[in-house]
Design a protein around this ligand. Structure first.
Ligand SMILES: *[C@@H]1O[C@H](CO)[C@@H](O)[C@H](O)[C@H]1NC(C)=O
Ligand SMILES: *[C@@H]1O[C@H](CO)[C@@H](O)[C@H](O)[C@H]1NC(C)=O
Ligand SMILES: *[C@@H]1O[C@H](CO)[C@@H](O)[C@H](O)[C@H]1NC(C)=O
Length: 215
């Protein structure tokens, strides 16, 4: 385009109108870059295709999956606190946290925790530690979480022995997917499981779990 404009200008310029021969040079020059560009584009397209295929296959980033298994009541006791007019619950829950790394990269996690929540408030926490999960492997982390004298909010008319304490068990696994320090991605895998504790028969039931990923 630029050369065409220059060409146009040259013919317009009365001082240069005599020199017709040099005008052919730009035309010849134009052809060479075109061949070169063609080859370059072909190489770039090939490389791009290879990169796209790799990024969608072996190098594709996949979110780690965390799930909760075998949530069990280890100990349970409750008493009625007259001053607070509410039952106080002491429980210890064991569970296994499964972290699956579906990537072709290692997944390093650190500061992983298990949280116990009651009506949105954190009432217990236990550290699950740090580690590395090799490509396409799953690790199982055992955890025991204990909470003492949790003030239960029960329906006033409800008999404690028929009461249900609804809690949430959360496993929070912050980590990094890593390929030889070249490709890195920070990700936090979270699983939030709703559990019911039946005070009457002192059993625990794991309900639905929700998985989320934070980048
Ligand atoms: C985890 O984080 C702590 C700091 O919070 C650091 O000292 C430790 O080296 C980290 N561990 C791993 C395995 O990255
Ligand atoms: C780990 O947690 C500690 C305290 O909770 C915090 O100071 C530290 O920065 C965390 N480390 C990483 C690597 O997130
Ligand atoms: C415990 O009690 C609840 C209702 O109170 C019931 O749904 C559950 O099946 C019982 N569990 C066992 C193991 O008996």
């Amino acid at each position: 385009m630029r050369e065409k404009q220059a060409f146009g200008k040259m013919t317009m310029d009365p001082e240069l109108s005599g020199t017709v021969v040099p005008q052919r040079v730009p035309y010849y020059k134009r052809k060479k870059p075109r061949i070169c560009c063609g080859v370059c584009i072909l190489i770039l397209v090939s490389l791009g295709t290879v990169a796209a295929v790799l990024s969608q296959t072996i190098f594709k980033f996949r979110d780690p999956k965390v799930s909760l298994k075998d949530a069990k009541l280890q100990t349970i006791s409750f008493r009625f606190d007259l001053a607070a007019l509410s039952p106080l619950l002491s429980i210890s829950i064991s569970a296994n946290v499964l972290v699956d790394n579906p990537n072709h990269y290692d997944f390093r996690y650190n500061n992983s925790t298990m949280l116990l929540k009651y009506h949105g408030d954190q009432v217990g926490v236990v550290e699950l530690g740090a580690g590395t999960i090799a490509s396409r492997k799953t690790v199982e982390l055992h955890s025991v979480i204990t909470v003492e004298a949790l003030k239960l909010i029960l329906n006033g008319l409800q008999d404690i022995s028929s009461g249900i304490a609804r809690l949430n068990l959360n496993a929070v696994i912050p980590g990094r997917v890593n390929l030889a320090h070249i490709i890195k991605r920070h990700v936090t895998a979270i699983v939030d499981c709703n559990i019911d504790i039946f005070l009457g028969n002192q059993t625990l039931k794991q309900n639905e779990c929700k998985r989320t990923i934070k980048l």
